[in-house]
Design a protein around this ligand. Structure first.
Ligand code: ZN
Length: 462
């Protein structure tokens, strides 16, 4: 198994080990409804966790939830509600959206506010070691003191000066790129009385305090959206490696690609956010999972209606195939397996696995499934009972691995199914005129009727 490590900028082998791999993924800041950009990140790491587990890796998957932050406080004050109440509401909404999308692999969700003492402890260590200093409005990390600053993102401490990406504005800082570890409380803001003074944590410190508490100073895999690489993940490295001397703090950094909407960045000002709830009011969750799998997880995705349609159609092709294979398995008496079939199946299986083992190349794996289906297209009615069963199972298992359970087949009504059987009998008795009349009746119910060597095959008209 090879995984691309953002830190080393190359694919590295993930060795099989008896030890449990520790995976941390940056969770959401819960100040608004989760959108499809969130869905991409968490479906990505859900699929990665499912795959690693299916290959026998032991994995512990930890994710934080940022339930105290400037954005939460700002939104709460706009709405005139308590920040904690707002955070609780959106935490619930987030977790429920994840359930609906089949994101179920996380072992532990860690809300920042449950780790205040771990955060205070880490900030105190950084102060003691000379990496943190006190300013008028809080404690800051001095990036000039940490010589490796920028090693993940390829930026230098000086380049960090230019960044405006969620770097705290403060007039009291030593360097413009210094970030807050602890913010002293302001009127009307949530705060905790601690040894650092009354206040609340900065954004970056919660992740390293949480992982230090749950995993210790070093762990295997860290995931998150590409937009978090700088400054957030750079700040995490600085904090953790300054606090513990254990390097590297994270062995493999993984970043999922960005999601654009019709070639534009999703943003509040453009008003082009698509919430998960909104998406799910129009399409089933598997369409979104399948859409994301169609791109490599590190590549950007341009989210368009055409892409949604393509994803639905792709899934439908596989559904059709599974239904046909099941039909053949039920109707065909011949049971001997064919050599050609076995070759096709073995190739599909091995292509699927090698794609996944190559940094979770899902587009490659998905194309192995489609090649398999295409290879059987013209012979599907002729394959044996045994092969048909294996063909259906193969596709179903792979979809299940991707979190697409229950294929959502288009239902054939029992009335239509009975008429199809009746029609088969008429045809067996060479009563073709009556069989034709029955065909018209079935079509009138909204089905396409196909004659196969195994009898009448029905498909719902789209
Ligand atoms: Zn984070």
């Amino acid at each position: 198994m090879y995984i691309y490590n953002t830190l080393s900028r190359k694919k590295e082998e993930l060795k099989k080990t008896r030890k449990t791999l520790k995976l941390f993924v940056c969770g959401p800041t819960v100040y608004d409804s989760p959108h499809i950009g969130h869905a991409r990140v968490y479906i990505t790491f859900d699929v990665i966790a499912r795959y690693l587990r299916s290959k026998g890796y032991k994995l512990y998957y930890l994710q934080n939830i940022t339930d105290i932050d400037d954005k939460i406080i700002k939104r709460a004050s706009e709405l005139g509600v308590q920040p904690q109440k707002l955070a609780q509401k959106y935490t619930r909404e987030y977790l429920s959206a994840m359930q609906k999308l089949g994101v179920i692999e996380v072992d532990k969700y860690a809300p920042a506010t449950k780790y205040i003492s771990a955060i205070v402890k880490q900030v105190k260590t950084l102060i003691k070691k000379g990496y943190a200093y006190k300013a008028k409005d809080g404690y800051y990390f001095d990036i000039a003191k940490f010589k490796d600053y920028g090693k993940l993102s390829g930026r230098t401490a000086e380049q960090a000066e230019d960044s405006v990406s969620r770097i705290d504005e403060s007039v009291n800082k030593h360097n413009k790129g210094d970030f807050a570890l602890w913010k002293f409380s302001k009127e009307g803001e949530p705060s905790w009385k601690t040894e650092l003074g009354e206040g609340r944590p900065g954004w970056h410190i919660e992740d390293t305090a949480i992982t230090n508490k749950v995993f210790g100073p070093q762990y295997d895999l860290h995931g998150g959206g590409l937009d978090l690489k700088f400054p957030h993940h750079e700040a995490e490295i600085a904090q953790a490696e300054a606090a513990s001397d254990k390097k590297p703090f994270v062995k493999v950094w993984m970043h999922s690609g960005l999601l654009n909407i019709n070639s534009k960045k999703m943003s509040k000002s453009l008003g082009n956010f698509i919430s998960i709830t909104e998406f799910l009011s129009k399409y089933p969750p598997e369409v979104l999972r399948w859409l994301f799998l169609g791109a490599h997880y590190r590549q950007p995705i341009d989210f368009t209606d055409a892409l949604i349609a393509q994803s639905s159609a792709g899934l439908e092709t596989l559904r059709e195939f599974v239904r046909k294979a099941r039909f053949v398995a039920e109707k065909n008496k011949a049971s001997a397996s064919s050599a050609e079939f076995r070759v096709l199946l073995e190739k599909a299986e091995s292509d699927f696995i090698s794609a996944m083992e190559d940094d979770f190349n899902t587009p490659g794996a998905v194309s192995a499934l489609f090649s398999f289906v295409a290879g059987l297209q013209n012979v599907i009615w002729q394959i044996s009972k045994k092969d048909a069963k294996r063909a259906a199972k193969f596709i179903e298992n792979k979809l299940e691995l991707y979190g697409i359970e229950g294929l959502g087949f288009r239902k054939i009504s029992s009335k239509a199914a009975k008429m199809a059987l009746q029609r088969d009998k008429l045809r067996d008795n060479k009563q073709f005129i009556q069989a034709d009349a029955l065909r018209k009746q079935i079509e009138g119910l909204g089905y396409m009727v196909e004659d196969t060597p195994l009898g009448t095959w029905l498909n719902k008209k789209t």
